[in-house]
Design a protein around this ligand. Structure first.
Ligand code: RFL
Ligand code: PHB
Length: 393
């Protein structure tokens, strides 16, 4: 089996890349270890920057998003019992699109199918051979048998736990990581959202986030200790805790109901600086992870795919390798800025353990001072808004 670009992973990164290349007549094959049904059950991102919205237009899959997504011109931050609005549109002239990653993935699978794209489900990549040659080979197992896919380039879109990054020898890897001492417990419920905009709440009991997918589907998160398990959290316990973490006038609008999904995600910042290694390119969560507080994970995956798809198209159409040679530097610059923002927003809003040498809740006082500063400084508010809507590509 042979193709031009072997794409490992059928999540949003891999599917968008596959679609963009196919639209330019560039052969590619997607290898996905799970079934499509399984991939579509994962509940993840919901806030899209304009760059991702534009990319979905280029990929010719924007129609369902335009019909069912909602533009948000601002969001709320609650702290110390009060609530303040970040007027994104007023501050930086742009908003964000609220539309689920699950829906984007479903739209992409439908588009790939309509174009006759090759996506091999339940195909688990085990090894990449000849990364430094002009004809690398991707080894994968499917239906109990081993197969090979020969190609010009391999793109690792296989998420944090995938095989592509592991194909880089340990001695050559340049990775950076911070693991946070808490996780997010998320639930999805078929209830109207508490507000028409997202609410980020900082509270002594821990952080909470009120988000949504549409007018009758809400997504809520609570900061929880890493030792907590989903079984420890009944729906009633979740709703009770959420109410406690919101200002009273906000909490009174909460409509509760049975959860239809409940999961705990650990929070991590991670960058693998080898976004190019020979003829292997890494994109999305395979190369970097951000804590979800700034809603940047999927959006960073999109900017990687924007740079990489343009570079591959330039190579196949004009024989010009400069985009491929520049990918690592261009993508990494944006990655580190989004890492900084996600780390900062996480540190600003979560209940943090005291740092070394601290006493009397020093960290909490710092957070309150910073929030007071932000809401009284047009410059600070603008910086927050500029990063939240997404830095330019
Ligand atoms: P994915 O989505 O993890 O897809 C990788 C795919 O690769 C497959 N795979 C393999 N296939 C073949 N062989 C192998 N050996 C393989 N190993 C793995 C996997 O089965 C999978 O299908 O990575 P991708 O495409 O890079 O997409 C990244 C995004 O999923 C991720 O960044 C976001 O979901 C992060 N994120 C958010 N991002 C935002 O931009 N806005 C948000 O509001 C937002 N909220 C979130 C989030 C992530 C969360 N969790 C659970 C981590 C909220 C949460 C709770
Ligand atoms: C979500 O709706 O899942 C979501 C929204 C905003 C975030 C993180 C997750 O910052």
């Amino acid at each position: 089996m042979r193709t031009k670009v072997a794409i490992i992973g059928g999540g949003p990164s891999g599917l968008i890349l596959s679609q963009l290349l196919d639209l330019q007549g560039i052969d590619n094959v997607v290898l996905e270890r799970k079934t499509q049904e399984y991939v579509l059950k994962r509940i993840r991102a919901g806030v899209l920057e304009q760059g991702l919205v534009d990319l979905l237009h280029t990929a010719e899959v924007a129609e369902p998003m335009l019909k069912n997504g909602a533009m948000h011109d601002g969001f709320q931050i609650c702290y110390n019992g009060r609530s303040a609005r970040i007027d994104l549109k007023g501050l930086v002239g742009a908003g964000v699109m609220v539309y689920g990653q699950t829906e984007i993935t479903r739209d992409l699978y439908a588009a790939r199918k309509a174009m006759g794209g090759v996506i091999l489900e339940e195909a688990e990549v085990t090894n990449i051979e000849g990364i430094h040659t002009k004809q690398p080979k991707v080894h994968f197992s499917r239906g109990g048998e081993n197969h090979q896919l020969a190609c010009d380039f391999v793109v690792g879109c296989d998420g944090f736990h995938g095989a592509s990054r592991q194909a880089i020898p340990a001695g050559d890897l340049k990775t950076f990581e911070k693991v946070y001492p808490f996780g997010w417990l998320g639930i999805l419920s078929e209830t109207p959202p508490i507000s028409h905009e997202l609410i980020y709440a900082s509270h002594d009991r821990g952080f909470a986030l009120c988000s949504m997918r549409h007018s009758n589907l809400s997504r809520y998160y609570l900061q929880v200790p890493l030792s907590d398990r989903v079984e420890d959290w009944s729906d009633d316990k979740f709703w009770h805790e959420l109410r406690l973490r919101l200002p009273t006038e906000v909490a009174k609008n909460l409509v509760t109901g049975p959860s239809i999904e409940k999961s705990i995600a650990p929070l991590r910042s991670f960058v693998c600086e080898n976004m190019r290694y020979g003829n292997l390119f890494l994109a999305g969560d395979a190369a970097h992870i951000v804590p979800p507080t700034g809603a940047k994970g999927l959006n960073l995956a999109a900017s990687d795919i924007h740079y990489l798809s343009n570079a591959l198209i330039q190579y196949y159409h004009d024989g010009d390798e400069s985009g491929l040679d520049g990918y690592l530097e261009t993508a990494l610059k944006r990655v580190w800025k989004a890492e900084r923002f996600s780390w900062w927003m996480t540190s600003l809003l979560h209940k943090l353990p005291s740092g070394a040498g601290e006493n009397g809740d020093f960290t909490h006082r710092m957070q309150t001072a910073e929030l007071d500063y932000i809401f009284n400084s047009p410059a600070a508010l603008k910086s927050l808004a500029e990063n939240y809507v997404g830095l330019p590509y």
